[in-house]
Design a protein around this ligand. Sequence first.
Ligand code: ADP
Length: 328
Amino acid sequence: MSDRKVTKIGVLTSGGDSPGMNAAIRAVVRTSLYHGLEVYGVLRGYNGMVEDDIFKMESRSVANIIQRGGTILKTARSKDFYEYDGRKRAYDNLKKRGINGLVVIGGDGSFNGALRFSKEFDIPCIGLPGTIDKDIAGTDFTIGFDTAVNTAVEAIDKIRDTADAHDRLFIIEVMGRDAGYIALHSGIATGAEHILIPERKTDIESVIASLQEKEKRKKLVNLIVVAEGDEFGGAEQVARVVKEKMPNVDARVCILGHIQRGGSPSCIDRLIASRMGYHAVECLLTGKHNVMVGIQNNKMHYTPLENAVKAKQKINEEWMRIVKILAS
Ligand code: ADP
């Protein structure tokens, strides 16, 4: 707890974009104004702080954005912010406007930057988990995950139709560089036979054995969902081995790619973004500084940024068991 008074808040989106970031920005801006605070938008992540691309926001600045994907503040990765000189310039740009509190909407990388910055320059920072990957501990939801996973489900359902018409095996790659949540959720929801994720070692031999067994049973429609960061390789790599071992199988690859980042945020993402944005400002006002605002068991949950950057959300073993049993 800190008794330092925050009067001017900066808000930025950083790292990978995710649907619902706009709803979070809107909540931060409107809650700040409600409390009589000044609020400033920082453009292109930490770059805007370093390069002084900062502007004052009013209630109308966030009109008509709750339903829009992407982020009106733009997002970027900032090389300069890794260096002390860059962060010092960023601090000077905040200081000359009197900005004395920051809300950073992004992933764990962005929280790392915020943590460093808050320690060096004593500016309280609040992190909001904005990532489609859902790989952050201390929260059941991250802004954008629900939308991304629903986009993946919709696409995989469509692929299943054509897979069924042609008796094909489809190997579908979804996003997730270090985390398998999109793969796991979308795979279970679409009845995939196998879900390959970076958190578990892929036993390709047993995947092949199971496909061969299904082939004998004349189960010809098979979906394999692979997270892009799976340690065995992406969908192309899996397809290469399948074609080698099962030359009679008509195996196709589909990489869903960036469609998973875009689109109008789902109801859940708008809701959690609004709640988190509201609570971010409340945290700055009540002295609960340098925390990530999350939601656990439908209650707000605050994780010190120090812990938020260290811990990853764990894959539930029971879910892996469900995948196996339901695909048999
Ligand atoms: P994400 O927030 O989606 O995980 P990144 O890992 O790319 O994305 O981080 C976003 C930005 O946060 C980086 O481009 C950099 O500007 C800043 N950042 C990340 N780690 C650090 C760090 N250790 N020190 C300073 N800035 C950092």
